[in-house]
Design a protein around this ligand. Structure first.
Ligand SMILES: Nc1ncnc2c1ncn2[C@@H]1O[C@H](COP(=O)(O)OP(=O)(O)OP(=O)(O)O)[C@@H](O)[C@H]1O
Length: 673
């Protein structure tokens, strides 16, 4: 029955296409075309993120180039509106500059860079970033990418206007008859730069890239402001000048005069190599014997290790690499897994360090207790990496510290649509529950627009912010970093967030419901430094959950968690004993009176003695901690190193806002320390 039904249908089905017709449509896809269509993979999902990604790619490149050249980085970021939904972004550094012939390739060809083929801790690794930003700019505005770069004060600067040819993934140079322009050094060049309206901060060497793109400028979470702020925390050796679209100037002067130690390039470790990759390396290698190949192309392969691998794989150690057959390559691969090889060198990783972590956190995050832990280096898939965790706890909430004037300014500046959004985006660490509470206490409508608030309503909002205890509903604020670069998106997909969620914070004195972030006025910063950071996608927003990495994150979180727990327990004990003492003292007058009536003892002497006893049994109420968390006499109780305890009332609040340098200078604000 079934046969009679299906057979005629199959026969009758008309051929839709033929192999020949399909072949006519099959063609190579250029990498630029692919990413132009899939630009979300590179972080250009929407105009708001496109702006951030562009700034980020250029600033990360500048930092990498300066550090590699041993130059203390100074970076200028200028974002300027040029029309409805359009911005011009200019980023300049004082780095080593780029050679003339390299400029078009770097900015006009996807997958071209110096970092992909090496294992070395750096921010960039793929060779897509800046050319993709340029491509997005050209696609959305038609304006070419402009680059000016100078390698020395005596040599000419090179100026290029470039478009990427997406069909062929090659640069198209638009100025100087397709050759770019050389700008002579000295006066003559300065004049040329001025006459042609080329933007350039006068520096002996460096690079400036200008991209015009369709974008949206916002403040708060996931913004350029947040990225630069967090970059300043993790890179205290950098000076940043930020000229924002509202013409505010923000300066982040460097707080450390020393560059981080130079990160070393290492060779791949045999354990991190896959079988196919090994076969390819053998094929591409210059002529040599297998043993020599293993010793020179990999790290940690000593002559004895190479001999063992060859013996296990049953290949002669002198067999020429060109003659190794695929089965032999597989055998060598398996032999590697069975041979004991010491783990890769780990001194190629440069962590931020506990001291600078504490300094960075303290200068930006309000709180009363800070602690940091730098874990020893570890290895995943043959790649060395190192995890660092910083934690800030407590302090009065930013919402309670604002003045009415500041609140008025913040309301004027914001582009959020509701009061609730305004509160969440402006005040770091304020969760949605707390924002709801404030809106409710101020008797405002949930969807009320902040800029439409009448003076009376602003006053009500201000009063509510002062009085609502926001710490209750507040969730932990998580800051993630990879090779000193803040990661602002895809929080849920990241190994860092997953490990934080999987940690039992109740054991450290915080409340936490299953599967969610702990509650309380607490911020966590997790930094992963590696020669190759395993991101979950090309847009480099989340770290893949390798078990080795998760384990290190967990141990780091536990180290800071334990110290937080000790601090909170100690603080709780002080409070309990203070309450207990108050109760004792309240009744001692009556007790001493009653006793003296019974046995005729001197009441005041008795009272003094009872007070002494009460104070003794509640001695912990007098416990004072110094700024390292050590208990000051009578008895030492050490919280260990890497702890900072400050008086929260003197700490500036952390508010996301723009403030011009001029304004800060006037009222003596600006830098805290
Ligand atoms: N400001 C700069 N100064 C000097 N060299 C630079 C600068 N910007 C980029 N480069 C060079 O251009 C290369 C390509 O940069 P690009 O942003 O495309 O990729 P990347 O930084 O290598 O990797 P990723 O795609 O992960 O960001 C870099 O590897 C670097 O060698």
């Amino acid at each position: 029955m079934a046969e009679t039904e299906t057979a005629p249908t199959r026969a009758a089905a008309p051929r839709r296409t033929t192999a020949e017709a399909m072949a006519a449509k099959q063609q190579e896809i250029s990498v630029s075309e692919f990413f132009a269509k899939n630009r979300h993979l590179l972080g250009f999902d929407n105009p708001r993120k496109a702006l951030l990604t562009t700034v980020k790619e250029a600033v990360d490149n500048s930092l990498d180039a300066c550090e590699e050249a041993g130059i203390l980085p100074e970076i200028w970021v200028h974002i300027e509106p040029t029309g409805e939904g359009r911005y011009k972004v200019g980023i300049q550094d004082n780095g080593p500059g780029i050679l003339k012939k390299q400029i078009p390739l770097i900015f006009g060809k996807l997958l071209y860079g110096s970092k992909f083929h090496r294992l070395r801790q750096s921010r960039g690794q793929q060779g897509i970033g800046i050319s993709a930003a340029g491509m997005y700019g050209v696609q959305t505005t038609g304006k070419p990418v402009k680059i000016i770069s100078k390698v020395s004060v005596r040599k000419p600067a090179h100026y290029y206007e470039i478009q990427i040819d997406t069909k062929r993934n090659v640069p198209r140079i638009l100025n100087g008859k397709g050759e770019g322009v050389d700008i002579p050094p000295g006066e003559k060049g300065a004049k040329y730069i001025e006459q042609h309206g080329i933007e350039w901060e006068d520096q002996p060497h460096g690079t400036r890239v200008t991209i015009e793109l369709e974008a949206k400028f916002v403040r708060g979470r996931g913004s350029v402001d947040e990225y630069l702020n967090q970059t300043a925390i993790a890179n205290p050796h950098v000076t940043l000048h930020y000229h924002d679209p509202d013409d505010y100037l923000h300066d982040y002067p460097r707080s450390a005069e020393k560059l981080p130690p130079e990160s070393k390039e290492i060779k791949p470790h045999p354990y991190g190599t896959e079988s196919g990759r090994l076969a390819q390396m053998l094929e591409e290698s210059e002529p040599m014997g297998v043993s020599e190949f293993l010793k020179t192309k990999f790290s940690r392969v000593t002559p004895a290790v190479a001999r063992k691998i060859c013996e296990k794989a049953e290949v002669s150690s002198r067999l020429a690499v060109g003659k190794v057959k695929r089965e032999q390559a597989d055998k060598i691969f398996r032999a590697i897994q069975q041979t004991k090889i010491s783990p890769p060198e780990t001194n190629c990783i440069c962590p931020i360090g506990e001291e600078l972590l504490l300094k960075g956190l303290h200068s930006v995050v309000p709180g009363e207790f800070y602690t940091a832990a730098t874990r020893p280096p570890a290895v995943y898939r043959g790649n060395p990496f190192q995890v660092e965790v910083g934690l800030a706890y407590g302090g009065s909430a930013a919402t309670q510290n604002v003045t009415m004037d500041l609140l008025q300014d913040l309301i004027e500046e914001t582009d959020t649509r509701t009061v609730r959004q305004f509160l969440i985006h402006t005040f770091n660490g304020l969760g949605s529950d707390a924002a709801d509470k404030i809106v409710k206490a101020a008797s405002l409508k949930t969807r009320q627009n902040p800029s439409a608030l009448k003076p009376k309503e602003r006053q009500k909002l201000f009063d509510a912010m002062k009085h609502v205890n926001v710490a209750e509903g507040q969730s932990m604020e998580v800051m993630r970093y990879a090779n000193r670069v803040p990661l602002q998106f895809q929080q849920a997909a990241c190994a860092v967030t997953q490990t934080i969620l999987g940690t039992n914070w109740r054991g450290y004195g915080l409340s936490q419901s299953r599967g969610s972030l702990p509650k309380g006025p607490v911020s966590i910063m997790v930094h992963i430094a590696s020669v190759w950071v395993p991101f979950t996608s090309e847009s480099k927003e989340a770290i893949a959950a390798y078990p080795e990495i998760q384990k290190e994150i967990r141990l780091g979180l536990q180290a800071v968690g334990r110290k937080l727990g000790m601090f909170l327990r100690r603080r709780l004990r002080v409070k309990q004993q203070t309450d207990r003492r108050e109760v004792f003292l309240r009744y001692l007058k009556e007790v001493s009176g009653a006793v003296s009536t019974i046995n005729g003892a001197n009441q005041s002497e008795l009272y003094d003695q009872l007070v002494k006893v009460a104070n003794k049994v509640t001695a912990d109420a007098d416990m004072k901690l110094d700024d390292r968390g050590r208990k000051i006499a009578p008895e030492e109780m050490d919280l260990g190193g890497s702890v900072l305890i400050v008086d929260p009332t003197t700490h500036a609040a952390s508010i996301n806002r723009a403030s011009s340098v001029g304004e800060d200078d006037e009222d003596g604000g600006g830098e805290e320390e």
